[in-house]
Design a binder for this molecule. Structure first.
Ligand code: AMP
Length: 187
């Protein structure tokens, strides 16, 4: 089972993915967490990614896809074949690469792409309250632009395959979680 969680920065993807991985017994694969882990360890990939992350820009596709391919080859994912992708794919090229990666290992294909749908006002308010180093006003603006330009086409990509599950992301984390679970089981 492969589930993708889509949503603008600040839509609550991080919070919901923790709950979903536990409830559905999925391995959590977060591209942002993987980049932050590389950064913390001071790897070459981390040093490269930092330039983009600090500005709120997307890390180039080939770097991101390589990192995800590496993560998918690790035992927990390879053996269980149950993954929640959080923050990936963020471009159509990444979505196509993910299909190819899953087909390569004979693991199956993406079952559902859950979109946490929130207004821009909510996103800006939530991000302002997080205090992460890439949450300054300028960087927030750039991250939202990247979402609109590069990730909204990913939403259309999954919608055209009938895999998109859009959920209202306003309200409390409990409300949103219940909506997601409700729409996944009625799939
Ligand atoms: P996140 O924690 O998902 O908001 O990601 C933090 C930052 O990591 C983003 O602003 C990007 O610079 C980078 N990043 C995370 N995931 C991706 C991705 N799938 N493609 C490109 N860059 C990414």
């Amino acid at each position: 089972m492969f589930v993708i969680l889509l949503g603008a920065p600040g839509s609550g993807k991080g919070t919901q993915s923790e709950r979903l991985t536990e409830a559905l017994d999925l391995v959590h694969v977060s591209s942002g967490d993987l980049f932050r882990d590389h950064l913390g360890r001071g790897t070459a990939l981390g040093t490269l990614a930092r330039r983009y992350m600090d500005e709120g820009l997307l890390v180039p596709d080939e770097v991101t896809i390589g990192m995800i391919a590496d993560r998918l080859s690790q035992d927990d994912v390879a053996h269980r074949g149950r993954v929640l992708f959080d923050g990936f794919p963020r471009t159509v090229a990444q979505a196509e690469a993910l299909d190819a990666l899953l087909a390569d290992v004979g693991a199956g294909s993406v079952n559902a792409a859950v979109l946490i749908d929130v207004s821009e006002a909510t996103v800006v308010a939530r991000m302002a309250g997080r205090g992460r180093s890439d949450d300054t006003a300028d960087v927030i603006r750039t991250r939202l632009q990247a979402f609109r330009r590069d990730t909204e086409p990913v939403i259309a990509f999954y919608a055209s395959q009938g895999k998109l599950v859009a959920v209202d992301g306003e309200g409390t984390p409990d409300d949103v979680f219940e909506r997601i679970m409700g729409s996944l089981v009625t799939e």
